[in-house]
Design a protein around this ligand. Structure first.
Ligand code: GUN
Length: 291
């Protein structure tokens, strides 16, 4: 039976470490501030954004959400970002994705000042991260996964990491980080056009799944002793829950737990780590302003 990798507990420890650093910055007259821009009223996005700003506040940072209407124009959104770019009390800016289809998300992400881009999605930060420059903001989910592996003493050197998914938010930066000196992993990326996905996933020493499809990974698709990191966040109907739904990942958790050595649950695995690394990036942005 697989060991559970408890992202909530790792986050608790990390956030306690960070609260100390926030207190030190406050003593120097700086309260780290994060502004989250949310366009529209997608319930999942609203929930994610609320947990991001709440986490800021429990650490003594300033978290604010700017909620813009679904039909906001590109010009109006750019004006909001301009204002945040020039506001000295705002150290980090995050525009929650996905955006409505009429907004060009790449141009929106490029409009955020790279020094405040705590998501690490601006091409300047993506480029710095790709060349291994420590000034880069590393995207929060990949950074959280690396931190989780490190703190759980799961070695990556020489291991075969198979990633399912090819997103800008998770898989591409994750592959680049894992193959870099330090982690030293051998990385394979697979995606929706990969024929015979199972032939790849069965080779994984560490399997990372970031697709958004319930039960994509079944027990017959993994080898015994694998470490499974499930990045999926899928809402499925659940009459027994007061909310009417529950969250599940991309992995058939119960069946794969019988085969794996360690596995991240959903919820309580990667999700809290993503928010923790967002706090860390906001702290990094604030610290850069005082040093
Ligand atoms: N939507 C899902 N994950 C993320 C994230 O890490 N950052 C932003 N901005 N939007 C997201």
């Amino acid at each position: 039976m697989a060991r559970n990798i408890d992202g909530t507990e790792i986050s608790r420890v990390m956030r306690a470490e960070m609260a100390q650093q926030v207190a030190e910055l406050q003593a120097a007259g700086v309260t780290p501030g994060l502004s989250v821009v949310l366009v529209g009223n997608n319930p999942a996005s609203q929930a994610y954004v609320a947990s991001k700003t709440r986490a800021c506040e429990t650490l003594g940072m300033k978290g604010q959400t700017l909620n813009l209407p679904e039909d906001v124009s590109k010009e109006e959104l750019f004006a909001v970002i301009d204002r945040l770019n020039s506001d000295a009390t705002v150290h980090g800016i995050l525009v929650q994705l996905p955006l409505p289809a009429h907004l060009p998300y790449k141009a929106v992400l490029e409009h955020i000042h790279p020094d405040k881009d705590v998501d690490g999605f601006h091409p300047q930060n993506a480029g710095l991260a790709f060349v291994g420059d420590p000034r880069a903001f590393i995207p929060c989910t990949p950074a959280g996964i690396l931190e989780m592996l490190r703190r759980e003493n799961i070695p990556t050197r020489g291991k075969h990491v198979v990633i399912v998914g090819r997103s800008l938010i998770v898989s591409k930066p994750l592959a680049s980080l894992l193959m870099a000196p330090g982690p030293d992993a051998t990385v394979t990326i697979t995606h929706r056009h990969t024929p015979d996905l199972a032939a790849f996933t069965r080779q994984a020493d560490i399997l990372i799944v970031a697709v958004g499809k319930q039960n994509l990974i079944t027990a017959d698709m993994v080898k015994p002793g694998v470490v499974v990191i499930d990045v999926g966040q899928n809402r499925v109907p659940d009459a027994s829950s007061a909310r009417g739904f529950k969250m599940v990942g991309d992995v058939d958790f119960d069946a794969v737990s019988q085969v794996a050595e360690a596995i991240t649950p959903v919820p309580g695995g990667v999700g809290p780590m993503t928010i923790t690394m967002l706090l860390a990036n906001t702290l990094q942005a604030a610290r850069a302003r005082v040093t």
